[in-house]
Design a protein around this ligand. Structure first.
Ligand code: DX5
Ligand code: ZN
Length: 218
């Protein structure tokens, strides 16, 4: 199922509850929360208190994308704050299977994220235990960056691997996904579509969501 995971990183933080309501009323079905620590990525964003606040204003799945070092240390706090899905970056996990298992033990759906430069082969062994794979289509750290077209082939190969091995994880993409780029990632096999700057815009968010979903499903 094609779904929009709207990234609140691009929302107006002074009206976050309204922003989430507008994006979900217009058709967004997953709320993507970008957690950055200033170490793994050169930017700092939200922590568990913001996740807890968002939990209070929406029933949508909260998709917490942890762009942080040592995610094991923070899984309990994000789970307690109300995260539904927690994804960790392959690049920081020394014991990826252990970390994904811990996410599951804390009652959340585990996801793994790979940066543009990280080959899909690095996650083959753990694919049977993940709920989703997030294929980054920009280098993580900031919203509003340009889509990297070479990542489309990674999505395509991952979808082929999934079919060949009878697996059922979902494929998510994140970074520079907009009306003009979404078609190629959907065609390659992505169905959870993260979008921030293409969605949130004062007075135009609802219209942007509808146009985005039309382009994605069309
Ligand atoms: C980037 C984040 C993204 C970001 C996407 O590091 O992981 O989720 O919010 O923003 P856009 O859609 O503007 O590229
Ligand atoms: Zn993200």
């Amino acid at each position: 199922m094609i779904e929009l995971a709207f990234s609140i990183l691009a929302a107006d933080f002074t009206h976050l509850a309204d922003e989430i309501r507008i994006a979900s009323d217009a058709g967004g079905t997953v709320c993507h929360v970008d957690v950055m620590d200033g170490h793994f990525v050169p930017n700092i964003t939200f922590g568990p208190p913001v996740v807890a606040a968002v939990r209070g204003v929406t029933d949508l799945p909260l998709d917490c994308h942890l762009m942080i070092e040592d995610p094991d240390r923070y899984i309990p706090a994000f789970a307690a704050a109300g995260a539904n899905w927690i994804s960790v970056q392959q690049e920081v996990c020394k014991h990826l299977h252990r970390t994904l298992t811990s996410i599951r033990e804390h009652g959340c759906e585990p996801g793994v994220v790979i940066n543009p430069a990280t080959p899909i082969e690095t996650i083959f062994e753990i694919l049977p235990i993940v709920h989703h794979v997030l294929v980054m289509t920009v280098n993580p750290g900031f919203g509003g960056q340009s889509f990297l077209p070479f990542c489309v082939e990674k999505v395509r190969r991952l979808a082929q691997y999934r079919a060949q091995h009878g697996l059922n994880f979902r494929i998510e993409v994140d970074g520079g996904i907009a009306e003009d780029t979404v078609g190629q990632v959907v065609e390659a096999g992505a169905e959870l579509l993260v979008a921030g700057s293409a969605i949130f815009e004062p007075g135009k968010t609802a219209e942007n969501v509808r146009n985005f979903l039309k382009a994605a499903r069309g």
